[in-house]
Design a protein around this ligand. Structure first.
Ligand code: ARG
Length: 468
């Protein structure tokens, strides 16, 4: 063996291979390696290592000189990675061993001392938590940007009447602004869930070492402080093994996507010419290669589709965890790809949505026509009769007859004259026409949470205050 290949073999030797007699096969190396995807954690890995090394030096476990070497080496590695000059080796398995090996090549023995009192088990758990904490902060900001876009659109349409639906049948007239504000509320709860989840993400596993802790006089609280964690994971076995925080986050993400998927479904329906309620800006749609008339709502369709993918990640992570005995198992390496894809899909979706909302054009006439076609004010007529002393169930019956009659004539209730209406009840007087208009119906629902324009305005003001 020439000198060069002996050196190469030494370089590629597994960090843990001391007790092994034969190397793993190429397939096993590829199968067990995670560096292809976990190199994404590099910045957090370095951040965690710097904090760990600083604590080791403060505790007198490594020397100040070693700390200086480690810091200088890790900073150089960070630059190399940022400038894409770092060579990732599959043989070195994962992000942690790649960085450690390079550090040792750069600074010698100090690099080998970095791993004192630490294991990749607590290291990787720390890296993911740092990654996820940053992701959550970014996602909350993106949701807020989308909420701003929703508010701006809602505010333009406080007085715009649309048919409110139940069972996708015309039910009662609502303000389009009110309809949009329903999504604001969903997103507000989503932010609440993420904020709560962040508290459980932001706990430090480091110090748990492989599973049982370490015999070195470490200071975990100090590491938590340096890294900005709210506290430490209290039990070393739990710290290295559970990924419930990642599952919880993915659950939050699945709910956000579910909300966006519902909105997407509505946009898709509303863009259909049978509704014709809205147009999306062309940059969110595509045409058909065969049917020249088509404008397809691709972006909302994909949001709806990608929701399935996030639900899949949630199930994958739950299943990954469910049969794992304490403490760390290699199964956990499989947590990263679903988690990364969840973060990427969600951030892209939120970014696109905020932009898409700014380009929504509303066809108020179409909304109005649709509300008029569906006897949306029938409940208002029943309520009117009830207020005149007729029991609601009887009023319901009377109005049902009136609707049937109008349907036969092919007109709206408000198109019937007083004479015709009085055939159904003598209690009906000329003030009924104010009640039967779409605006009258909307304006009468003026309690908090109702669709009256004054209430919608109030909800928007309150929302703006909450956001600022
Ligand atoms: N790449 C591993 C993971 O993602 C790091 C921890 C490996 N620990 C071990 N004992 N093999 O989970």
């Amino acid at each position: 063996m020439d000198n060069n290949s002996a050196l190469e073999q030494e370089n590629n030797k597994k960090t843990w291979s001391g007790r092994f007699n034969e190397p793993v096969s190429a397939l096993v190396a590829r199968y067990t390696a995670s560096v292809g995807f976990d190199q994404r954690l590099a910045e957090y890995d370095i951040q965690g290592s710097l904090a760990h090394a600083q604590m080791l030096a403060e505790q007198g476990i490594i020397s100040k000189e070693d700390l200086g070497d480690i810091q200088q080496g890790l900073n150089q590695i960070r630059d190399e990675i940022r400038n894409q000059q770092f060579t990732w080796l599959l043989e070195l398995e994962d992000v942690h061993l790649n960085i450690e090996k390079r550090l040792t090549a750069l600074v010698g023995d100090a690099g080998k001392r970095l791993h004192t009192g630490r294991s990749r088990n607590d290291q990787v758990a720390t890296d993911i938590r740092l990654f996820l904490r940053t992701a959550i902060d970014e996602i909350i900001e993106l949701i807020q940007a989308m909420q701003h876009a929703l508010l701006n659109l809602a505010e333009q349409h406080i007085h715009t009447v649309m048919p409110g639906f139940t069972h996708l049948q015309v039910a009662q007239p609502v303000s389009f602004g009110h309809h949009l504000m329903a999504y604001f509320e969903m997103l507000k709860r989503d932010i609440g869930r993420l904020t709560d989840c962040r508290k459980r993400v932001n706990q430090l596993p480091l110090g748990a070492a492989a599973l049982a802790g370490t015999s070195y006089p470490i200071n975990r609280e100090r590491v938590a402080e340096i890294l900005g964690f709210d506290g430490i994971c209290e039990n070393s076995l739990d710290a290295v093994s559970d990924r419930d925080f990642a599952i919880e986050f993915t659950g939050c993400a699945a709910l956000i996507m579910t909300h966006l998927s519902r909105m997407s479904e509505e946009f898709i329906l509303w863009m259909n010419p049978s509704f014709g309620f809205i147009q999306l800006a062309d940059r969110f749609c595509t045409g058909s290669s065969i049917m020249p008339q088509k404008k397809n709502p691709d972006v909302p369709e994909l949001v709806r589709g990608k929701t399935g993918r996030i639900n899949g990640h949630l199930v994958a992570l739950l299943t990954l965890m469910k049969a794992q005995p304490l403490a760390y198992n290699k199964d956990n390496q499989e947590d990263k790809e679903p988690l990364f894809d969840t973060v990427d899909t969600l951030t892209d979706t939120l970014r696109i949505y905020a932009d898409m909302l700014t380009g929504v054009r509303v066809n108020q006439d179409a909304m109005r026509r649709s509300a008029l076609r569906g006897y949306a004010t029938a409940t208002d007529l029943a309520d009117y009769l009830t207020k005149k002393g007729i029991p609601f169930r009887d009023a319901h019956e009377i109005v049902a007859k009136a609707v049937q009659f109008a349907e036969q004539k092919g007109c709206d209730l408000s198109d019937l004259d007083l004479n015709a209406l009085q055939k159904f009840s003598q209690q009906i007087e000329s003030d009924i026409f104010a009640v039967l208009t779409l605006e009258g119906s909307m304006q009468s629902r003026k309690h908090s949470g109702g669709t009256a324009p004054e209430q919608v305005q109030r909800a928007i003001n309150q929302a703006r205050q909450w956001l600022s």
